[in-house]
Design a protein around this ligand. Structure first.
Ligand SMILES: Cc1cc2nc3c(=O)[nH]c(=O)nc-3n(C[C@H](O)[C@H](O)[C@H](O)COP(=O)(O)OP(=O)(O)OC[C@H]3O[C@@H](n4cnc5c(N)ncnc54)[C@H](O)[C@@H]3O)c2cc1C
Ligand SMILES: C[S@@+](CC[C@H](N)C(=O)[O-])C[C@H]1O[C@@H](n2cnc3c(N)ncnc32)[C@H](O)[C@@H]1O
Length: 634
């Protein structure tokens, strides 16, 4: 991938062979084209919620301009929701440097309209998007302002918006350098997601852009451009009210808002994150936990979080990477501990690593170890965007909310429609987040326990300098509190709760074989070596179950077996109010917070921000449909 770089004082994108609009007078242009031509000051001053689209994010000039003008003129009850789209996010430091330069040449009268702009930019540093595809919500430090960042091609991501916006800032390089950005398909998607009377403005006056905007439902005017540009375009959405068409999915999701009284079963990361999202959406949530919070797999001292390359479009890779993108900003926005680190990956799949580097548009997220000075010997690939986090601390911070009531030592042993959890209830909505044990309540959920043992090794003077996580057949985390974590074994349906010396030995031998230098820096474990045993919940195909739970008999009765494509059976075959987030396997700290986002969006009647194939791939009904088909096919 070609990375944007500086040519003198200008930032250049080699892929589009064009410069970012952040030269002298950049803020003056942004105010003229994206604020004044759209009369945003007047709209902000009226109060209420204004939703603005920003395509593309680039240096953040337009995003920060809109936010700063809002902060200056909007009354206290006003809200701003910004949706920013970007295919190739710049590193934060480059975007920040570009804005700084632009600010230094900004005229005093423009500066006075943008007070605090650079400070706002600095608040975005910890959640600034990386080049991984996905959606995330940035930390604004301002409860009145939400910024949703969509990374990936806007042609793919704009159609996932499920609410019309009031204004679009269209700034995607020149139409000759980037024709796809200005062509009818994307502008049609934008038109379909613009409220009646909403606007779209752009610095260009090109005829083909004007025609495409008109075809997308805008009444378009040429108005005076900025500086030396004679004209620019300003469109007002006319015609019918915006209809945001949903995507066709293979398996159904209930329509509309469905909440009422809510119970969550299980207080690991899956239960804690969904309870927290619901509490923040204004719901009171009862969490039932058989033991104490984070006593299962989410009780490990540290977990490694990393995206997963999805070569060949694998749904596991797509889910995990999108989940990583969401969870990274979600955790940082909440101030959950997040220790960013880089990962050196080991293994014998060098071809695989080479293909990854060649094929993935991940930019700075991947490193070639041969080019890195401190790369450990034998590493085949580096990931720059990863983290280690303490799951137990996450769970307890997430549960600390006025609207969450935790019932500890309260196992749910029966689930009856209504919904009664044993003698507790009734509840309108029940979310099963009790990992593999969900199968005891809903037998159709094909979940298995997989035992995992970790070893905790004392750090030495030689090992304490290890800054990267080493990841291969086993993983070794950098020292924290004088200890390294070495994980993990993987044994299906193995109920042994006690630490096994042979498992610790296996972990050590795997480390010695893959990274002898790292093992050499540590003392070998012995019979007194500490560790922890817990169980992952694993599904066939390694994707979690995230979504509504069906009634298998109703599915069997209504499944149209002739239709090999979508849709296959109606939403009436779902069990009203019954949901699941389980089967997060070996990546639950990455996946469960995103699963919570998906579930809460669905419960609030919004479309979760995922490609249809990935949403289908995590839908619990995939196993029911496969089973019904197998039975029919004999
Ligand atoms: C050894 C090991 C290492 C791992 N390392 C990583 C890693 O580095 N990175 C990563 O992302 N993931 C890792 N994972 C996976 C991750 O820990 C799990 O995917 C995640 O913790 C699962 O969260 P959960 O909430 O679904 O399940 P759990 O954390 O197991 O929580 C389920 C909860 O439900 C409760 N419960 C069960 N039955 C009932 C019932 N009937 N009624 C009420 N409550 C009930 C349990 O007591 C438990 O507290 C690892 C897993 C293991 C085993
Ligand atoms: C002119 S620059 C943006 C300027 C930006 N508003 C700023 O303030 O710096 C155009 C941006 O749009 C992005 N872009 C172009 N085509 C895109 C597409 N199809 N999807 C998403 N982003 C795109 C580019 O990567 C680039 O960052």
């Amino acid at each position: 991938m070609s990375t944007p770089h500086w040519t003198g004082t200008r930032l250049h994108h080699p892929g589009f062979d064009d410069h970012y609009g952040i030269d002298d007078g950049g803020f003056s242009e942004a105010l003229h084209v994206f604020i004044d031509a759209a009369q945003l000051v007047e709209r902000f001053a009226q109060g209420g919620t204004v939703r603005v689209g920003d395509l593309g994010l680039g240096s953040g000039r337009n995003l920060l301009t809109v936010w700063s003008v809002f902060a200056a003129v909007a009354p206290p009850d006003a809200r701003l929701e910004l949706h920013t789209f970007e295919r190739d996010p710049l590193p934060f430091k480059d975007a920040r440097a570009a804005l700084q330069r632009c600010w230094e040449t900004c005229a005093p009268e423009d500066r006075s309209r943008l007070v605090g702009l650079l400070e706002r930019m600095d608040r975005l540093a910890s959640t600034w998007p990386t080049p991984l595809p996905g959606v995330s919500e940035l930390h604004t430090g301002d409860p009145r302002v939400r910024i949703v960042a969509w990374t990936g091609d806007a042609g793919e991501t704009v159609p996932w918006l499920d609410e019309p916006l009031h204004h679009w800032c269209l700034d995607g390089f020149s139409p000759s350098a980037n024709p796809a950005m200005w062509a009818e398909p994307l502008l049609q998607a934008i038109g379909a997601r613009t409220a009646l009377g909403g606007t779209a403005t752009t610095y260009t006056a090109a005829g083909r852009v004007r025609r495409a905007l008109i075809a997308a439902g805008f009444a378009v005017q040429k108005v005076p451009g900025h500086g030396r540009k004679r004209d620019m375009l300003a469109g007002i959405r006319g015609g019918e009210d915006a209809v945001v068409a949903g995507t066709t999915l293979r398996h159904p999701w209930p329509e509309g808002r469905a909440l009422g009284s809510i119970a969550v079963v299980g207080a690991g990361i899956a239960g804690c994150s969904v309870a927290r999202e619901l509490a923040e959406a204004g719901c009171v949530v009862d969490v039932f936990e058989a033991d104490v919070p984070a006593s299962g797999a989410s009780g490990n001292p540290w977990a490694l979080l990393q995206p997963l390359p999805n070569l060949g479009g694998s749904p596991v890779g797509d889910w995990t990477t999108r989940a990583f993108v969401w969870t990274r900003a979600w955790a940082r926005r909440r101030g959950l501990p997040w220790e960013a680190l880089t990962v050196a990956r080991y293994g014998d799949k060098r071809d695989h690593a080479n293909r990854l580097r060649a094929e993935l548009p991940w930019g700075a997220a991947l490193e070639d170890p041969s080019t890195i000075e401190d790369a450990p010997p034998g590493a085949i690939l580096g990931l720059t965007t990863a983290a280690m986090v303490p799951p137990q601390v996450w769970c307890s911070l997430l549960l600390a909310h006025d609207r969450i009531r935790v019932h500890t030592h309260t196992p749910v042993t029966a689930l009856t429609p209504g919904w009664m959890l044993g003698s507790h209830g009734p509840f309108d909505t029940v979310i099963l987040a009790n990992s593999f044990a969900a199968r005891a309540l809903v037998p159709a959920l094909d979940l298995h326990p997989v035992r995992g043992q970790l070893a905790v090794l004392p750090a030495t003077a030689a090992s304490a300098g290890q800054a990267r996580a080493l990841c291969g057949p086993v993983y070794l985390l950098p020292e924290r509190g004088g200890r390294h974590l070495l994980g993990a074994t993987y044994h299906r349906d193995d109920p042994e709760p006690a630490l096994r010396n042979e498992d610790t030995r296996w972990l050590w031998q795997a480390l010695e074989a893959a990274v002898p230098e790292a093992a050499g820096a540590l003392a070998a474990p012995d019979a007194h070596t500490e560790g922890r045993v817990s169980w992952r919940g694993v599904t066939p195909g390694r994707l979690p179950f995230v979504g509504p739970i069906d009634d298998p008999i109703a599915v069997s009765a209504t499944l149209d077996a002739r239709k090999r494509t979508r849709p296959q059976f109606p939403a009436s075959a779902l069990q009203p109010g019954l949901w699941v987030s389980a089967g997060h396997g070996s990546r639950g700290l990455v996946g469960a917070p995103f699963a919570a986002k998906v579930l809460v969006d669905a419960l609030l009647g919004r479309r979760p921000p995922l490609p249809a194939d990935t949403l289908d791939a995590v839908h619990p009904s995939r196993v029911t449909v496969a089973r019904v088909r197998r039975e029919r096919d004999g």
